[in-house]
Design a protein around this ligand. Structure first.
Ligand SMILES: Nc1ncnc2c1ncn2[C@@H]1O[C@H](COP(=O)(O)OP(=O)(O)OP(=O)(O)O)[C@@H](O)[C@H]1O
Length: 299
């Protein structure tokens, strides 16, 4: 395991913002953090980075505690974007990259590469304050990745980006992962996490209530979605054993079964009706899991 988070907790006065979080993040994987507002994601990230005093627990990266000596190996996109409004884009990135130990010549080459890749090369000479919010975010993101970090932590990297830029960013993080970077990011958008991540953690009220590989999380959840489409009345399926969350759709029905073993009986009954355009047993979506888990009580 590259990053190990053991028994990590943080209190702000009497309020427990993060409670006993334990996670293992393998090298060169993407780990997605989901959770409602105030769930504890940013606090966890800040603890991983050693930015919060008076925390309990242990965080190691490649078997060493994370401290200042590791700064060149780590990239961080904080939730609160912190760029200097009066600096030009290249000056800002150069300043931050030099702090990470890069040489001016390498910074210039890498900056041009990333600005072009993020379709923002024309902003190189502009002041930060003259850029839109999304374009400022791209600059901060470049500053987080320009030194090719081994560990990259991105706090809501997709927020505020238009769909074209979301795609550019997705491709970039996928490439970084392929090249060996271990990436953690938070998002409120389930579909981004579902598409990109090998591992997920759902936080609720400071606790990691679900964590592990996406496949295991889906298997453990157990439930499956069934989609049926055709020109028949499917209403009778509502009363079948194991059927939950029954919903009529424009083309048929969608519901959940509490275990895949219920699918066969449903299939046999529904095929008696005649031609079907669709009968699909699908993995639960992350959205289904999130709603089911975060909706439950976690004491
Ligand atoms: N410096 C602080 N002092 C007091 N309370 C804090 C501090 N920082 C965070 N908190 C509290 O800790 C809890 C967790 O906050 P955190 O920012 O980690 O949540 P989050 O999951 O990142 O939320 P969001 O999705 O809204 O960004 C919240 O209730 C927040 O108000």
């Amino acid at each position: 395991m590259t990053l190990i988070i053991k028994n990590v907790s943080k209190k702000f006065n009497d309020f427990t913002a993060v409670h006993d979080v334990n996670l293992e993040v393998p090298k060169s994987t993407m780990y997605g953090f989901l959770g409602g507002n105030g769930a504890g994601k940013t606090t966890t990230f800040r603890m991983i980075l050693g930015l919060l005093p008076k925390t309990t627990g242990v965080v190691t990266f490649n078997d060493e505690p994370i401290d200042y000596s590791m700064t060149n190996k780590i990239g961080y996109l904080p939730e609160e974007r912190g760029l200097h409004p009066k600096l030009k884009v290249w000056e800002q990135v150069q300043y931050l990259a030099e702090l990470k130990g890069m040489k001016k010549k390498d910074i210039a080459t890498e900056l041009d590469y990333w600005l072009k890749r993020f379709d923002a090369f024309e902003n190189k000479e502009k002041k930060i304050e003259a850029l839109s919010k999304g374009n400022q975010q791209k600059v901060q993101l470049i500053a987080a990745i320009i030194h090719k970090p081994e560990l990259l932590i991105l706090d809501e990297p997709f927020s505020g980006l238009d769909p074209v830029n979301v795609e550019l960013l997705k491709l970039a993080v996928k490439d970084l992962k392929e090249q060996g970077t271990t990436i953690i990011f938070s998002s409120h958008r389930m579909e981004h996490v579902e598409e990109l991540c090998d591992y997920i953690c759902i936080m609720s009220k400071g606790k990691a209530i679900v964590s592990g590989s996406l496949d295991n999380v889906k298997d453990d959840f157990g439930k499956k979605d069934i989609f049926i489409e055709g020109e028949h009345d499917f209403e009778f399926l509502k009363d079948f054993e194991g059927v939950e969350d029954f919903k009529m759709t424009k083309k048929g029905v969608k519901f959940t079964i509490s275990d895949e073993s219920y699918a066969e009986n449903i299939y046999q009954n529904v095929t008696k009706l005649g031609y079907l355009k669709r009968f699909q047993v699908a993995e639960p979506s992350l959205n289904d899991i999130f709603i089911a888990k975060v909706g439950e009580k976690h004491e």
